[in-house]
Design a protein around this ligand. Structure first.
Ligand code: GRF
Length: 198
């Protein structure tokens, strides 16, 4: 039986598209996309998900104000209604309470554009450039209550080239993100949590 995957986005959703296309392209992929949830009604990824035939829902965080738990309860309602087994965060730009990842313990993944544990949080590509690193990349990790700190299940490395701008580095990392996340999901959905290096 295929695992049911819900993907949570806030923006353009290019990682979401790479995940959905990978699942749809291979009848043997051990997971299928059942929902794309966005906390932003204007997220560009929503139309892309619909074009791929995936159900979408918006849970706008703004009406909930500072009440993160009520916002998360609404997301949980949608995720459960979709029957999600695995949640993939893909450019979801909200800090959550601990209870959100705790509820999905061991079943929620995130992708972050740095070689974790280096450069957590915002602007990791700029952080890597500022630190004078020779290489950077992206990491897929299991989501735990501490930001960008859960067990890493996949990592892909790119070089940092002389004179790189943040846009150039981000694009080089993004190309790897689109390969890494589907590769990790394929193994994770099959129950293999060993780490992939690319
Ligand atoms: C990616 O760089 C991802 O690593 C980070 O947010 C960005 C989302 O981009 N968490 P997209 O919406 O998937 O295009």
């Amino acid at each position: 039986m295929k695992k049911k995957v819900a993907i949570i986005i806030s923006g353009g959703g290019s990682n979401m598209v790479s995940l959905v296309k990978a699942m749809q392209a291979d009848a043997d992929f051990p997971a299928e996309p059942v929902l794309v949830l966005s906390n932003k009604p204007e997220a560009g990824g929503l139309a892309k998900a619909e074009a791929l035939g995936v159900k979408t829902v918006v849970v706008d965080h703004r009406p909930f104000g500072k009440d993160r738990e009520a916002f998360e309860a609404e997301m949980n309602k949608e995720l459960e209604a979709a029957g999600a087994d695995i949640i993939c965060l893909a450019g979801f730009m909200r800090i959550t309470t601990p209870s959100f990842p705790e509820k999905w313990d061991g079943r929620m993944l995130n992708i972050h554009p740095s070689l974790l544990p280096k450069f957590k949080g915002l602007h990791p590509q700029q952080q890597a450039l500022d630190a004078g690193e020779a290489e950077s990349g992206c990491s897929v990790h299991v989501v735990t209550p501490e930001l960008d700190a859960g067990p890493v299940v996949g990592q892909a490395v790119v070089p940092i080239l002389e004179g790189d701008t943040v846009d150039e580095l981000s694009a080089r990392i993004m190309a790897k993100e689109h390969q890494l996340y589907p590769a990790v999901l394929r193994r994770f959905a099959a129950g293999d949590t060993s780490r992939i290096e690319m």
